[in-house]
Design a protein around this ligand. Structure first.
Ligand code: 0O2
Length: 214
């Protein structure tokens, strides 16, 4: 869906100069494309070197207007377009689904070593999973985009995870946000156990990768 279509359905929400919201979203979209391309290039180079792809899929998304607004309100930030750019780090999101756990770190390192990428924050939920069992490596980076007359630096949230981590997170999200169903303590424990099993699966697969030497 186009950004302006979303805007119309929620108007008026933000203090903005005319067209400012659409413009900002277009910049985030460009930043997302930059980051995606960087990962595609790394995938290509890696596949030449090792004869396999470290990336299984890349999914990008722009946060929608309602989620942006809810987050600004939740954190007590002002409802203006300037405030979005100033306060939110995850308007542009790129999720990279990797084949093996080692690929997560390899790709993160390769990206962060590029001289136009600035690391803002790093959260390693693989080394230290969240209490519910959520695992992924999260990076907030600043990336330049080159427009006709200017260069702008935009922030992008990158989530790197294995196929097993992604399938757990996707299913957990579906289960937890099911309407009208109470999410019990037992269900949470079961999900936590599933996360442990998925971590075990990742480690076993990574050991097999080492044996096959790829
Ligand atoms: P969406 O639609 O995926 O973007 P924040 O919420 O960003 O202010 P925090 O704690 O700094 O706060 O963010 P964090 O921990 O880096 O996680 C943000 C994103 O990671 C979430 O975005 C999810 O995509 C994912 N995530 C984090 N924890 C979980 C979890 O327990 N389960 C699942 N399935 N995903 C998780 P949003 O904004 O929730 O949604």
């Amino acid at each position: 869906m186009k950004v302006n279509e979303i805007t119309k359905s929620f108007e008026p929400i933000f203090e903005e100069k005319e067209g400012q919201y659409d413009e900002l979203m277009a910049y985030y979209k460009c930043a997302m494309m930059e980051v995606e391309t960087k990962f595609r290039v790394l995938n290509e180079e890696f596949s030449l070197q090792y004869d396999r792809n470290p990336i299984s899929a890349i999914k990008s998304r722009l946060k929608n207007l309602k989620s942006i607004r809810d987050k600004l309100i939740k954190n007590d930030f002002s409802l203006s377009v300037d405030s979005i750019e100033e306060n939110l780090n995850d308007v542009a999101g790129v999720r990279v689904i990797c084949s093996f756990e080692r690929d997560v770190y390899l790709l993160a390192e390769a990206l962060l070593s590029q001289d136009d990428i600035e690391l803002i924050t790093k959260k390693d939920y693989i080394a230290a999973p969240k209490d519910n069992g959520y695992r992924s490596l999260h990076l907030i980076v600043a990336v330049p985009i080159y427009l006709v007359n200017e260069k702008r630096t935009m922030r992008v949230e990158i989530q790197l995870r294995t196929i097993a981590m992604d399938s757990w997170a996707t299913l957990e999200h579906q289960l937890r946000y099911k309407k009208n169903i109470e999410f019990t303590e037992e269900m949470a424990e079961e999900l936590h156990l599933c996360s442990k099993l998925s971590a075990e699966l990742d480690h076993k697969m990574d050991n097999l990768r080492k044996l096959v030497n790829v």
